[in-house]
Design a protein around this ligand. Structure first.
Ligand SMILES: Nc1nc2c(ncn2[C@@H]2O[C@H](COP(=O)(O)OP(=O)(O)O)[C@@H](O)[C@H]2O)c(=O)[nH]1
Ligand SMILES: [Mg+2]
Length: 310
C-alpha cells in the first residue's frame, strides 16, 4: 500500500518593522547562523534577505527586510520600497515592535508604527505581531504593551519574544507555522539556508564592522564590494583557507582617512573583527584584505548601488 504523502506547512513570511526593532537578530536566531548583519544603528539591513527555517512538518521561508520608516535619499527610499514590495509576495507577515515602555510605564504607539500597521493591513495578509526584546522589559510591563497594540489590527496572534535570548521564539515559530498554507512539497530543498552567497555575506560582514566601529555619517557613507573570493585552498576543513579581497567605498577623501584611521588602525580593527566572524561562518581560516576607495555620491546613484550589489 502506498503511503499518503506527508503534508507539511510551508510558506513565505515577511519580517517587517521599524529600523532597529530586532528583525535581523530574530532571523539569525531562528537559523542559528548569522546571515543578516546586526548593529545598534538603524538601516543596517539594506536589502531583503531570505533565510529558510526547517522543522518537522514545517518550512518557513523568511524575508528579513530593511526597516520601515519615512525615507529620505535614494538608497533609503529604495530600502523602504523593498520592504513594502515584500509584503505583497508572502503568505504571512510578522510585524515587530519593541517591548519598551515610556515614562511611568506608558505605551505610546508612534506614528511610524501606525503607518507600518496600515501597510500590513493594506497587504491583506495574515499578520502576527511580535513584541521584540522582551528580555529588556520587566514582565509586568508586557501586558500594557500587548494591550496597546492588540486592537490596532486583527492579528492572528500577539507574541512577545527575545531574539537575543531565544525566549518564546519557538512559540512564535509555532504561530507562524499555523499561518502558512498546508502543502504537499517543501518550497526549498532542506539543505538551503539562505539566498545570500558567501561572497555577499563576506561583504556584509565587513560592512557590519563599519556600522559598529565608525561614527557619524561614515556607517551610511560606506558600501563594500568583494573583488576576490578564492576558495582554491578551502577543501581542508579547519585547516583550509579562503582568501578574500574587498573594497570599502566611501564618498569623500576625508571619510577614507577616517575609515583607515591613524596608521591604518581603524581599518585593521574592521578587518580583524570581520575576519573572525567569517572564519566562524565559513568554518575555515580566512585571509581578508581590505582597500578603501572614494566613489563620490555612490549612495545617490542607483546604478552604482546595483553595481555594488546591495
Ligand atoms: N536586548 C535585546 N536587544 C536586541 C534584541 N534583538 C535585537 N537587539 C539589538 O537591537 C539592535 C538592532 O538589532 P537588529 O537585529 O539589527 O534590528 P533590525 O534593524 O530590526 O534588523 C542591535 O543592537 C541588537 O543587538 C533582543 O531580543 N534583545
Ligand atoms: Mg536588520
Amino acid at each position: 500500500m502506498k503511503n499518503a504523502p506527508q503534508r507539511l506547512r510551508a510558506g513565505f513570511v515577511a519580517i517587517v518593522g521599524r529600523p532597529n526593532v530586532g528583525k535581523s537578530t530574530l532571523l539569525n536566531r531562528v537559523l542559528g547562523e548569522k546571515i543578516a548583519i546586526v548593529s545598534p544603528r538603524p538601516q543596517t539591513t539594506r536589502t531583503r534577505i531570505l533565510g529558510i527555517h526547517n522543522a518537522p512538518g514545517v518550512q518557513l521561508a523568511f524575508f528579513d527586510t530593511p526597516g520601515l520608516h519615512r525615507a529620505q535619499g535614494a538608497l533609503n527610499r529604495r530600502m523602504v520600497e523593498v520592504a513594502l514590495a515584500t509584503l505583497s509576495e508572502v503568505d504571512a507577515v510578522l510585524l515587530l515592535v519593541e517591548a519598551g515602555t515610556g515614562p511611568e510605564g506608558r505605551v505610546e504607539v508612534g506614528e511610524a508604527t501606525r503607518w507600518a500597521v496600515e501597510e500590513v493591513a493594506r497587504s491583506g495578509k495574515p499578520a502576527i505581531l511580535g513584541i521584540s526584546k522582551m528580555d529588556r522589559a520587566p514582565r509586568e510591563s508586557l501586558l500594557p504593551v500587548i494591550a496597546a497594540y492588540k486592537d490596532l489590527h486583527d492579528w492572528i496572534a500577539v507574541v512577545p519574544f527575545s531574539g537575543l535570548t531565544g525566549e518564546n521564539v519557538d512559540d512564535l515559530l509555532g504561530t507562524l507555522a499555523a499561518a502558512v498554507p498546508e502543502v504537499d512539497a517543501p518550497l526549498f530543498p532542506p539543505d538551503v539556508l539562505t539566498d545570500q552567497a558567501e561572497r555577499t555575506l563576506a561583504a556584509e560582514y565587513v560592512r557590519e564592522q563599519i556600522m559598529r566601529l565608525t561614527r557619524q555619517e561614515i556607517p551610511y557613507a560606506a558600501a563594500v564590494e568583494v573583488e576576490e573570493f578564492d576558495e582554491s585552498q578551502r577543501g581542508r576543513g579547519p585547516r583550509g583557507l579562503v582568501r578574500i579581497a574587498a573594497v570599502v567605498y566611501v564618498e569623500r577623501e576625508s571619510q577614507k582617512a577616517i575609515v583607515i584611521g591613524k596608521g591604518g588602525a581603524q581599518l585593521k580593527q574592521i578587518g580583524t573583527h570581520a575576519r573572525e566572524g567569517l572564519e566562524r561562518l565559513l568554518g575555515c581560516k580566512v585571509f581578508l584584505k581590505l582597500h578603501v576607495k572614494v566613489e563620490e555620491r555612490w549612495s545617490e546613484r542607483l546604478e552604482s548601488i546595483r553595481k555594488l550589489g546591495i
